[in-house]
Design a protein around this ligand. Structure first.
Ligand code: GDP
Length: 444
């Protein structure tokens, strides 16, 4: 789970100060000593840590906090704001050129996830921004990269421009932009060549491509799991090539979080997207304030709702919403819903976005257990049609029959019935939150 260790340590530190009515300078100092250690342990760049700790200390011991009625909470608010600032204050959007196509160069070392991210981004632009992207296969060095992009293009029914691996990347890039113009595609995402290590040949080649196609955006793809190495790579690419933004991949496997916190502060280039899994829709817009909340264990309900909106089939979602509003959600819907939630990503990652859920003991190490899901399915399939649509009629003798039919116990059946009710409640809440958010749209 992303930031697991850091979130846990910071929350532990904050719990001590949260409800204090009086906070002294010594308290703040003590707290910041722990925060400092937690950040260093999370592999955050030491210069970044130093500045952060000083900034927070200065604000937290200032009048606005000390004189407030809830100084404990104010201190945490200051930490949250400074952490947000560190990661870039506001969300930084992908460039849109005034003349079509917008040219995006994807750069990065081999294995960082460049090709995968190119396809994820193309899918994102089409689904979220209603764009028509062309992907260009200019990674002529990694043996399978071109084929990989072509396969992804076929899967997504999205065009891929390629000229094989015997043509220079500069030529491929240039021709891909011409092709996009001809075909009225409004974005070109150029998957450039990576290398195992940073070297001069790679940089020269990227500079040549940059000069040839004059990109509107140069996105550097780095692997969050490599921590400070990712930050160093970003610094070098920025110095030698000049990048406009960063995509942080494999955040799903990054338990420390150092790269996410340091990249912007070190390079002054924003993180624009985060990769959170191997699937094509596992790409999130990077929101510094939401990420800060997640790290501090305050949850991230907005991202959770967006994830649902992105992964769930729109028609089905509408139908489901109608059913939920009218409260005629059935057990068949429940099964379907279960499948869709599984499609949204690992359960532990989703739980991390729910405020406070990370701290709930029972949920902390929750994992989707496939056999458990199989059991749920069996129970639902042992219900009669009437029971599925009217679970209220399921009395003791019916429970016994269902348990027997599905090879489970009465406790299993009871548990499922309760989960079903809980889920109905949660979905109702989510749909009303989602509606509230839509009303205030425009800043997303
Ligand atoms: P490239 O050499 O930079 O083009 O790297 P690839 O796109 O081939 O990705 C390398 C590996 O990382 C592949 O196995 C991808 O599935 C995986 N990968 C890419 N992005 C993510 C991510 O956000 N999360 C996880 N868990 N894996 C990822």
């Amino acid at each position: 789970m992303a930031f697991e260790g850091l979130a846990e340590r910071l929350q532990g530190t904050f719990d001590k100060i949260k409800s204090r009515g009086v906070v002294t300078e010594a308290d703040v100092k003590e707290m910041m000593r722990e925060v400092r250690l937690a950040l260093l342990e999370a592999d955050v760049n030491f210069k970044v840590v130093k500045k952060f700790v000083n900034d927070v200390k200065e604000r937290a011991t200032g009048q606005e906090v000390m004189k407030s009625l809830t100084p404990g909470q104010q201190v945490i608010k200051v930490v949250n704001e400074e952490l947000t600032n560190l990661m870039g204050k506001e969300q930084s959007k992908i460039a849109v050129s005034s003349k079509s196509p917008t040219v995006v160069m994807m750069v990065g070392l081999q294995g960082a996830g460049k090709t995968t991210t190119t396809a994820k981004l193309a899918q994102f632009l089409r689904k979220k921004n209603n764009r028509k992207p062309l992907m260009a296969a200019a990674d002529v060095y990694r043996p399978a990269a071109i084929k990989q992009l072509e396969t992804l293009g076929t899967e997504l029914s999205m065009p891929v421009f390629s000229m094989g691996d015997q043509v220079s990347p500069v030529e491929i890039a240039t021709r891909s932009v011409e092709q996009a113009k001809e075909d009225h595609q409004d974005y070109v995402l150029i998957d450039t060549a990576g290398r195992l290590h940073l070297d001069e040949t790679l940089m020269d080649e990227l500079v040549n491509i940059k000069e040839a196609v004059n990109p509107d955006e140069i996105l550097l793809v780095v692997d969050a799991m490599t921590g400070q190495d990712a930050v160093n790579v970003a610094e070098s690419f920025n110095e030698q090539l000049g990048i406009t933004g960063v995509v942080l991949t494999k955040l799903d496997g990054d338990t420390r979080g150092g790269a996410a916190i340091s990249v912007k502060a070190v390079t002054d280039k924003p993180i624009k997207f985060a990769g959170t899994g191997e699937k094509i829709d596992a790409l999130e817009v990077f929101h510094p304030e939401r990420m800060a909340s997640r790290i501090l264990g305050m949850g991230d309900v907005l991202s959770l709702i967006e994830k649902a909106e992105f992964s769930v089939d729109e028609e089905k979602a509408k139908e489901m919403e109608r059913k939920m509003r009218t409260a005629d959600l059935t057990f068949d819907d429940f099964l379907e819903q279960l499948e869709q939630v599984r499609g949204m990503g690992p359960l532990d990652e989703l739980l991390n976005m729910i405020p406070g859920a990370g701290k709930m003991k029972g949920l902390k190490n929750a994992q989707v257990d496939e056999s458990q899901i199989g059991r749920v399915e069996a129970i639902v399939r042992s219900m009669t049609k009437k029971e599925k649509s009217e679970p209220a009629i399921i009395n003791a003798s019916r429970k016994r029959r269902i348990a027997k039919g599905s090879g489970t116990t009465i406790q299993d059946v009871n548990r499922l019935l309760k989960q079903f009710e809980d889920m109905k409640k949660m979905m109702k809440q989510m749909s009303s939150m989602s509606k509230g958010k839509k009303k205030g749209k425009g800043n997303m």
